[in-house]
Design a binder for this molecule. Structure first.
Ligand code: FRU
Length: 486
């Protein structure tokens, strides 16, 4: 694995030509995605600035141009008419001010009248590498480029640690105010959310207080990427708690969870109505963010990073890494989030193929499992049916066990190579989206999901499925252009 010096990781991109060779090189990788947003070069991590504005969906991702390394972060900007077809739009934000000299860290977007406004974290470090995170804003200009405000909206509070970032903005019609939720850490190292408010999107911000979440006063050491949304009259708080282990997640210390409850903006209290739940049970899912301006009281649209902080993936050798999930629709049913793939994704299906034991590189599988008994599905098996990414469903326990140790390319096994996914209902349907280096399972029409990277080798293109299940397979057409746009 390449060792990067700080200078290499934090190098500023002076000219597009500096990364053109890297772009050309990685294009030939067999692991480049075809219908998922992925880094043009280097590394992508969190989704940022996800919003619908004047009929176009805007999304940015945390981007380190130089290689598969978390260094100087840019926002790279992509756009879509339908959340399925995406085009590269060039660099969204670059670290070109003193207040963001060491990176444009995560944040959100919102369409306000004829303006699309973005909020991000300006990651400033001084010569002693001491960090000061600023909450900053930018506005989409007439050329479709993000234009920064001259100065940050506000700086960090000094009664919390240096971990204050990832502004998520929301408009509250009842209060006629904007609120910014900031992922943070208390001075004594506990994860929390700080709330700011203003009547105007780009001025007048004041600290309103720390969000109270009864029962969650000591839950992880930092809450990254908070997101709050109202779905069907319920408030949903999503965040990525880190520096903690949680039951059922093996050795991982990075998680993405949700709470359903009630948000009281008078007392700044989010009162959960049930326990926390994992947003996704897979090996690689983090920093999920919902789109702003969806304008449907019963639905949110979410996208996440297929990957985890501090983890390493096989394409590191090729100098790139990361992918976005498919956008997914969130609804509430029986006090739980229901997650389904973005509607319309079926348009990418090619002609249905007759199942013959082999998997196309990019495909969708739809499976019906009658009978309610145990069930096995092993993907990416070798010619003799061995190995692969296995899933065993134990009908008695209603638990699916995923095991990735059968794959040729093994990675992050110290974090966990076997994970369980508990279901409320007997397993009866699955939709699985396979792209060249990822796999997303939607179980029981969205009752639970499992997202993972996977890097099958030439000899891993088979599958093995229990008898009696009805399997349909469609190859998926590419929908994400991969042009060199800076
Ligand atoms: C989450 C995160 C954010 C931060 C960004 C930096 O993965 O650590 O909290 O803003 O990544 O890339």
């Amino acid at each position: 694995m390449k060792q990067w010096t700080r200078e290499e990781r934090y190098r500023v991109l002076q000219s597009p030509e500096e990364i053109r060779d890297l772009y050309e090189k990685i294009r030939s990788s067999v692991y480049r995605q075809t219908y998922h947003v992925q880094p043009m070069t280097g590394l992508s991590s969190d989704p940022n600035g996800f919003a619908l504005h004047q009929g176009t969906w805007h999304l940015c991702y945390q981007w380190c141009p130089w290689g598969a390394v978390h260094g100087l972060k840019y926002w790279y900007h992509v756009t879509s008419p339908d959340l399925i077809h995406w085009e590269n739009a060039g660099i969204g934000l670059r670290p070109d001010r003193d207040y963001d000299n060491r990176g444009n860290h995560s944040g959100s977007g919102i369409s306000v009248g004829d303006r699309l406004v973005f909020y991000y974290t300006g990651n400033h470090r001084d010569e002693n590498w001491v960090r000061t995170p600023y909450t900053c804003a930018a506005v989409l200009n007439a050329d479709g480029k993000l234009e920064k405000l001259d100065a940050p909206l506000f700086g960090p509070r000094d009664d919390y640690s240096e971990h204050q970032r990832d502004p998520k903005v929301v408009w509250n019609g009842e209060k006629q105010k904007y609120y910014i939720f900031i992922g943070a850490q208390t001075a004594d190292g506990r994860g929390c959310v700080l709330v700011y408010e203003s009547a105007e999107p780009l001025s007048g911000w004041r600290f309103a207080g720390q969000l109270k979440v009864p029962g969650y006063e000591t839950f992880g050491g930092m809450w990254e990427c908070p997101y709050i949304v109202n779905i069907s009259g319920k408030d949903v708080l999503i965040f990525s708690p880190q520096y903690t282990r949680l039951p059922g997640r093996a050795e991982s210390t990075n998680h993405n969870v949700y709470l359903i409850g009630r948000m009281d903006y008078d007392t700044l209290t989010f009162t959960p109505e049930g326990p926390y739940r994992f947003l996704d049970f897979g090996f690689d899912f983090y920093a999920a963010q919902g789109a702003a301006n969806v304008d449907d009281p019963d639905k949110a649209i979410l996208i996440a990073w297929i990957g985890l902080p501090d983890n390493h993936y096989p394409t590191e050798e090729e100098d790139w890494e990361g992918s976005m999930t498919l956008p997914r629709e969130l609804r509430i049913r029986d006090g739980r989030l229901l997650q389904t793939p973005i509607s319309g994704i079926e348009a990418l299906r090619g002609a249905q193929i007759v199942p013959d034991g082999t998997l196309p590189g990019a495909c969708e599988l739809e499976i019906e499992i009658p009978g309610g008994g145990d069930f096995d599905l092993n993907l990416f098996t070798k010619a003799d049916g061995s190995g692969g990414l296995t899933m065993h469903y134990d009908a008695g326990k209603r638990i699916c066990t995923f095991d990735k140790r059968g794959m040729d390319k093994r990675f992050n096994e110290n974090v966990g190579a076997v994970l369980e996914l508990p279901l409320d209902h007997a397993l009866n349907t699955m939709r699985i989206f396979i792209d060249r280096s990822s796999c997303e399972y939607f179980l029981n029409d969205g009752e639970a999901t499992f997202t993972t990277h996977c890097f099958p080798t030439d000899r891993e293109s088979g599958y093995v499925i229990s008898d009696g299940a009805k399997l349909q397979i469609w190859p998926m057409n590419a929908s994400v252009t991969d042009e060199f746009v800076i």
